[in-house]
Design a protein around this ligand. Sequence first.
Ligand SMILES: [Zn+2]
Length: 149
Amino acid sequence: MKEYSIEEVSHIVRPKLGEDIPLTLYRILRVIGMRNILGETSGATLYMMGKQVGTMIGAKDLGEFEGKIKELKVGIPEVQVIDEDHVIVKLYECITCAGFVYTGEMFCDMESGIIAGLLEGVFKKKAKSTQTKSWSLGYNYCEFEIILY
Ligand SMILES: [Zn+2]
């Protein structure tokens, strides 16, 4: 199976429809399709996928981190560096869960992975991100705790 680069998938020729897609389509693929196909392992798989994507995109510093997350419309991040090993990222307008009703579970694993992958580039350390808040738990933003090691 071939592996494709970001450059290759970014070459889009859609003169009438353009580069944007309805967010509902993304969420059908992401929240319904991927979870149904991947089942119980969907969280771990989506996290690893996000992490790889975050690493490929890359960020040199926190300014670039925030810029990339916003540019890709993953959400609007608010970064809080707690100490040299801990970072908290609040994500407003999360691509996956913003507006979601209370479901009692969290599922922004891919976003968590993207954040971890990007922060590895920023801090030049390994990063493990854990989601702690979500619209689906009754908050109006998403939150991730990142451990750097
Ligand atoms: Zn979310």
